[in-house]
Design a protein around this ligand. Structure first.
Ligand SMILES: CC(C)(COP(=O)(O)OP(=O)(O)OC[C@H]1O[C@@H](n2cnc3c(N)ncnc32)[C@H](O)[C@@H]1OP(=O)(O)O)[C@@H](O)C(=O)NCCC(=O)NCCS
Length: 226
């Protein structure tokens, strides 16, 4: 991500979404709020602390861009989900020294999910059967040159979808509980009829849900907004 593409300008970002991206080297001026610091276990590793801090820094910037001055501390729920201010939805992802965050007013979106994955550390192909359903596996295998990029993109899209839906659903669901179909014309994945049962109305009313893919030379970024 030396291209800075995701930090500065994600093309065709959906409207009314505040996006922020940062690298570890730009973190110097940010300090965790005391209440955020308390979310970390005492024996936390340096890597996790740095990742968590970077995530809070981008979330803080995304909230500041929406007019929060200063943004409140961003606490976490029992399943690690960020607890955004009352009228806000948002999401955070970190990967290899970078973090990204999106936030928006609930009056514009019911849910947001974001995920960043480095392509160089593309998922080893042998995990594909744990991530993909049958139709997805066909799509992944449809390219002999790009199948690890496709697998990483699909994996990331499923993480974005999960992060968007979990705060509304409060239940875990797994990679093979969902089938996503690739839509070349919109550069996005779309949900199909295979979905977890008992999804709340706020989710079913929005079906099919789209997860946008932004491909950089080094990174896959996906975003789910509905
Ligand atoms: C949470 C998860 C989606 C991503 O976590 P990760 O691998 O650490 O990757 P990322 O850096 O991209 O995202 C981490 C951030 O996601 C957010 N997050 C974690 N759990 C979350 C949840 N339950 N709901 C919404 N957001 C969540 C947090 O902000 C977290 O960062 P933080 O702990 O520093 O605040 C993943 O680990 C997980 O639990 N997956 C199982 C469920 C799933 O993905 N199912 C797929 C269904 S198709």
């Amino acid at each position: 991500m030396t291209s800075l593409a995701f930090q500065l300008n994600v093309p065709n970002l959906p409207k009314n979404i505040s996006f922020s991206g940062l690298s570890k080297s730009e973190l110097a001026l940010f300090k965790l709020h005391e209440k955020e610091e308390q979310l970390l276990p005492k024996q936390v590793s340096a890597v996790r602390k740095s990742q968590f801090t970077l995530g809070r820094a981008v979330a803080n910037r995304a909230l500041a861009q929406l007019g929060f001055s200063p943004p409140p501390p961003l606490l976490s729920g029992p399943n690690r989900e960020p607890l955004w201010p009352e009228n806000i939805v948002g999401s955070i992802s970190h990967s290899h020294g970078f973090a990204v965050s999106v936030a928006a007013f609930k009056s514009n979106y019911r849910a947001l999910g974001i995920d960043l994955e480095r392509i160089k550390s593309a998922r080893r192909y042998d995990i594909a059967p744990r991530i993909c359903t049958e139709h997805e596996l066909e799509w992944v295998n449809g390219s002999s040159t790009d199948r690890e990029v496709r697998l990483t993109s699909l994996f990331s899209a499923k993480e974005s979808l999960f992060k968007a839906i979990f705060p509304l659903f409060q239940q875990y669901f797994w990679y093979r509980d969902v089938t996503l179909a690739w839509d070349n014309s919109s550069n996005s994945f779309k949900t199909t009829s295979q979905l977890p049962s008992n999804l709340p109305r706020m989710v079913t009313d929005a079906l099919p849900i789209e997860v946008k893919l932004y491909l950089d030379a080094e990174y896959v970024l996906t975003m789910c907004a509905f």
